[in-house]
Structure formats: C-alpha cells, structure tokens
Design a protein around this ligand. Structure first.
Ligand SMILES: CC(C)(COP(=O)(O)OP(=O)(O)OC[C@H]1O[C@@H](n2cnc3c(N)ncnc32)[C@H](O)[C@@H]1OP(=O)(O)O)[C@@H](O)C(=O)NCCC(=O)NCCS
Length: 301
C-alpha cells in the first residue's frame, strides 16, 4: 500500500498540456458526469479561467507515475480550485487532500485568502474533502441545456439591440455581485466570440444578456435586469436570442438557484442538466447586503 511519503507534488507547468489532459481524463473515467477533454479544450479552459499552471499541482509517485492533479485559477483577491482528480486506483490514500493543501498554500503564498470552488451535487467524496478543509457551502448552481427543437416564432415585443463585443464587454462592468468563477467578468474578457443583446420593454424595463457564440452552441451567459422584473427581461432577451439563432444548442453553466431570471429560462425550453454546489473558504473583500444576502464585490485592481 502506498504511503504518504511515496509521492510528491510537482508544479503542473513541468508537464505538457497533452500529459495534463491525459491524466485529467484518467482521473475522471468513473465520474458522475462524463466530461472528457482534449488538449485544445484544456488550453481554452486554462486561458478562459486564468488557470496558473505554475501554481497548479501534479502528484507524482516516486517511481515517476502521475497519480493526480489539481489546478488553481488566480484573479485579483480570489483563487479557484478546479480539475481536481486522483486516479481511481490510488484514491483514499491522502493524495486528494495533499493536492488541496498544496493548492491552498500556493494561493496563500500569493497573498490570496479567499478560495472558491464548485462540486457536482452528490459527489460525496469531493464534498467531504472540501468540507474537511473548511470550505462552506454558499449556494446551489444549475447547469442548463436547451435544444433548438424549441423554436421561437414570436419573440417578446421589445426593442432588442444587438451589441458587438466591445459594447457587450463594457456592459459587464455594471454587474456588482460576486458570480461563480466561470461567469465572472474576467472569463468574458479572456474568450473570443462574445456578443450581447440589450432589451427595452414597453413599460421601460430594461436589461441585457452577454453570451459567447461557438460554432454549434450558445454558451457562457452573463445578464442583468437594470429596471423591471427579471423574469420579464429574461423572457425578452432569451426569446430574441433564440429567434436570432434558431439552429444552435445552448449550454449555460452555474446559474444560482435563487436567480430571479430562472423561471424565464424554463419557460423558454431550458432543462436542468445537473447541479453544482458552490463552496468558499475565507471571506471575499466586499459588502454583503443584509436583506438580499447578495455580495457586492469590491474589485481590487
Ligand atoms: C475527490 C477525490 C479527489 C479525493 O481524492 P482522494 O485521494 O481519494 O482523497 P483523500 O484520500 O485525500 O481523502 C481526504 C478526505 O476526503 C474525503 N473522502 C475522500 N474519499 C471519500 C469517500 N470515498 N467517501 C467519503 N469521504 C471521502 C474524506 O473526508 C477524506 O478524509 P478522511 O480520510 O480523514 O476521511 C477523488 O475521490 C477523485 O479523484 N474523485 C473523482 C474526481 C472528482 O470528484 N474530483 C472533484 C471534483 S470537484
């Protein structure tokens, strides 16, 4: 049986993307939701989510075999743990916990004391590990899918304005809450193919959606209701979006369960694919509104 002393943690930048993706896929062969990656997708992931390979870790056995990995995303005032996995054959020997502690130490070394992560609901081993290390549950997040079978023939009557990338990215800065890592502004600044849609209804309510258009899929949504009811605004921007792209699938990740726009998504044919639980360790720099419990994020620049 392998002892704690028989492996060491090595910086992930000593490995090629191909080696990292192969290890990652091996750690996920028995995963709840199959999500195999390839090198191109892992590289995009690293870029989009500000993953620092220098601060990410690979567990290596003394005989040279790679056993597990964990990645660290870094943004001002916050860090994110992701892609954690240990080979099924070497689990429950302390490798996952050692990787986690190593990643936390890397964040602390950079002066970051606030760490975020998400775990798929019912992934008990990972949830217990994070809880053991002090992570607290913050909220449930939904991953939603929509098939283009749901055609929109009559979009909601509204003034709908298409926004090019620059205008869309500018709108993002109007959001004040601290969103799950994948949906934070930096993600949109890091990726290609971002556009937006601003809608104004007859009663003067107004809001917008910023999204990424990939070849076959609409994905990565950020949205805000500036005035009026989020359900009405959500219905308006979704109906115009899907009217505009009648052939594309949609995949939207990490929408908080309590988001007031959600009923509009379900009305527009979105279905829940699965749920994640967002967990935090430490406290973000910001102010929490006592009534809404929403955090106003104070961006450190
Ligand atoms: C989650 C995972 C990384 C844990 O790695 P591991 O090396 O087996 O974990 P460790 O041996 O370091 O265990 C540390 C703690 O995790 C928890 N834990 C790990 N496996 C567990 C299990 N099967 N059941 C319950 N708790 C478990 C326990 O709290 C454990 O502490 P303990 O030994 O004092 O009880 C591993 O199960 C894995 O790779 N799973 C598949 C990928 C995955 O789920 N990644 C996380 C995505 S968010």
């Amino acid at each position: 049986m392998m002892s704690l002393a028989s492996f060491q943690l090595v910086s992930a930048d000593r490995f090629t993307i191909e080696q990292l993706v192969s290890l990652y896929n091996q750690t996920r062969v028995d995963y709840l939701i199959p999500m195999p990656m390839n090198a191109r997708r892992l590289q995009e992931y690293i870029t989009a989510y500000d993953v620092s390979l220098k601060d990410s870790l690979v567990a290596v056995h003394e005989d040279g075999e790679v056993l597990g990995l964990g990645m660290l995303g870094i943004r001002p005032g916050r860090a994110w743990i992701t892609r954690l996995g240990v080979l099924p054959t070497t689990r429950r020997k302390g490798i996952g916990e050692a990787l986690m502690i190593g990643l936390l130490e890397n964040a602390y070394r950079l002066g970051i004391g606030f760490i975020m992560l998400e775990v798929i609901k019912n992934n008990l081993p990972a949830y217990r590990l994070f809880h053991k290390l002090g992570f607290q549950e913050v909220q449930e997040l939904l991953v939603l899918r929509r098939s283009p079978i749901n055609q929109v023939t009559d979009p909601v009557v509204a003034n709908a304005e298409r926004l090019e990338s620059d205008a869309a990215l500018t709108l993002l800065r109007r959001r004040r809450n601290l969103y799950p890592w994948t949906n934070q502004n930096e993600t949109f600044f890091n990726i290609e193919g971002v556009s937006g849609l601003r809608v104004t209804l007859a009663d003067d309510s107004e809001g917008w959606l910023v999204y990424q258009r990939q070849q076959f899929t609409l994905t990565r949504f950020a949205f805000l209701t500036e005035r009026g009811h989020p359900k009405a605004i959500g219905h308006a921007f979704l109906s115009h979006l899907h009217h505009q792209y009648p052939r594309l699938d949609t995949l939207v990740e990490n929408i908080p369960l309590q988001d007031a726009h959600l009923p509009a998504f379900f009305e527009m044919g979105y279905i829940e694919a699965f749920r994640r639980i967002e967990m935090w360790l430490g406290t973000p720099s910001g102010q929490t509104d006592a009534t809404t419990r929403q955090l106003t994020w104070v961006q450190e620049t």
